[in-house]
Design a binder for this molecule. Structure first.
Ligand SMILES: Cc1ncc(COP(=O)(O)O)c(C=O)c1O
Length: 305
């Protein structure tokens, strides 16, 4: 199916406080963000006409802006309202929400205190990231040659455009090798994350995931940890060495776009799409679609005991 170019679609985009026709949402070529990567953004999903964890995404958007010294010219409440209204006008039952904040063209140069700051929100239809067949057998991941920068080299917990350069390189290299994603190590050589999602492993009925510190605080990551703990699973947030990859039985990715995606292979390591991975995916999709609440997971855990 041909993709409709993103600048040639019907609908409206919220742009600096106003709704404008989709095709008119343009920026000048001399925009600070385009030259120096000074932009932060979010990726959120609408399920049944409601944005999942919208307030958490807005909080993280503002935290990212603060990490880049960007003063947002709107309040969190205004951005929340604008997101809700943009999603309502778009009218999709399920969709993707992309708020973006960037330095404008008021001044150019590495330091640009007078660049001006802009905010826009777009909503589009976006089904599951991966095909049902891939989700059934698990995606293939390549070990990337790129490493995530640490907090001494970059504002690495910001969801900032500039930090995605290596994600794009890593993912495109993986796709050339018939993989769907790439796994990056952190600056110390521990497992960090995939190019747009966090990673979880299962071993002996327990769940392991890299500890926070070198990447964005995942909203799906936190949700999945809550579900897993409510279900009674032990979740270990810790440093994970690449030479442990062979000892895990199952593996999955988490992200607003990726939801819970089973992993079939990382390089030569093979993983089973097992009951825990399937259960986490099912619970997550039931929660976001409001077919279940956290209380249901706790109730079923205690009923089983
Ligand atoms: C680099 C990266 N890591 C992890 C994630 C997952 O974060 P979240 O679950 O908050 O969407 C994303 C997606 O936003 C991402 O781009």
């Amino acid at each position: 199916m041909a993709i409709i170019p993103f600048d040639d679609r019907d609908g409206e985009i919220w742009f600096d406080g106003k709704f404008i026709p989709w095709r008119d949402a343009k920026v000048h070529i001399l925009t600070h963000a385009l030259h120096y990567g000074s932009s932060v953004f979010e990726g959120e999903r609408v399920y049944n006409h409601e944005i999942f964890k919208s307030a958490e995404h807005t909080d993280r958007l503002f935290r990212s802006a603060t990490l880049l010294n960007i003063d947002v010219p709107f309040s969190k409440e205004e951005v929340e309202q604008a997101k809700t209204e943009t999603a309502r006008r778009a009218g999709y039952t399920d969709a993707y929400v992309r708020p973006v904040i960037w330095r404008g063209s008021g001044s150019m140069g590495v330091s640009a205190p007078a660049s001006g700051v802009h905010v826009a929100i777009a909503v589009w239809e976006w089904p599951s990231y991966f095909s049902p067949e891939l989700l059934e057998r698990g995606i293939d991941i390549e070990m990337s040659r790129w490493r995530r920068p640490g907090p001494e080299s970059a504002p690495c917990t910001a969801k900032a455009a500039g930090l995605y350069i290596i994600c794009t390189l890593a993912k495109e290299e993986a796709e050339l090798n018939n993989c769907q994603d790439a796994l990056m190590l952190d600056k110390d050589g521990f497992i960090a994350e995939a190019t747009g999602a966090h990673i979880f492993f299962v071993k002996d009925g327990e769940i392991h995931t890299p500890a926070l510190g070198n990447f964005i605080e995942g909203i799906t990551r936190a949700t999945v940890i809550d579900i897993a703990r409510a279900r009674g699973f032990k979740v270990h947030e810790r440093k994970i060495k690449p030479d442990e990859l062979g000892s895990f039985e199952q593996c999955f990715l988490t992200g607003s776009a990726a939801e819970v995606t089973p992993v079939g292979t990382i390089g030569s390591h093979k993983y089973e799409v097992g009951a825990i991975t399937r259960g986490m995916r099912e619970d997550y999709l039931n929660l976001v679609r409001r077919h279940a609440t956290m209380a249901d997971f706790e109730a079923r855990t205690s009923a089983a005991q």
